[in-house]
Design a protein around this ligand. Sequence first.
Ligand code: S3P
Length: 184
Amino acid sequence: MPRQEHRVIFLVGFMGAGKTSVGRMLAEQLQWRFVDLDDLVVAREGRSVAQIFEEAGESGFRSRESAALQQLLTELRSSGNAVVALGGGALSQPENQAAVERSGFLRIFLDAPVEELFRRCASQDLARPLRKDLSSFRELYLSRLPGYSSGAMHADTTGRSVAQVCDEVRSLLERGKLGVKETD
Ligand code: S3P
């Protein structure tokens, strides 16, 4: 039986990394719950991410994101069996990074070249207030890279389908001898 902290997988990475689509499919394969931190913020607030940014600014969004994450971490300590997609900026706040590290839950960093991430965001019908031009997008990505990488297993998503990335994540989990199986 895997330890409790191995019953929660956090998917981290920049906008466009595929955290939500991979998380959804992975959770289905493992028969675990899928949680998207952005969705939690939206549900708590009753307004979209773009609206929160517009009405409360980035700092307003960050404080709501932190509160939602704290609540989620508390819930996960007793429930487990969940795949969680964290918003691309959730770990940029030191207190969030520390809380996620303290939880001991697994982290998988989904990555791709920044140009590919930028292109993927353009092809998605989702408002991302922090995706402006490629140069600021790259700068933000580079500033967050250490936070994504720290303590996480790395999965390259370049040119891969969602299903292929799920396979890669599952093989990472198995190679790490973490014993995560849908039947556990
Ligand atoms: C953000 C990423 C978004 C969302 C918000 C801010 C960021 O989530 O939380 O637009 O700061 O990188 P995704 O990474 O799921 O796009």
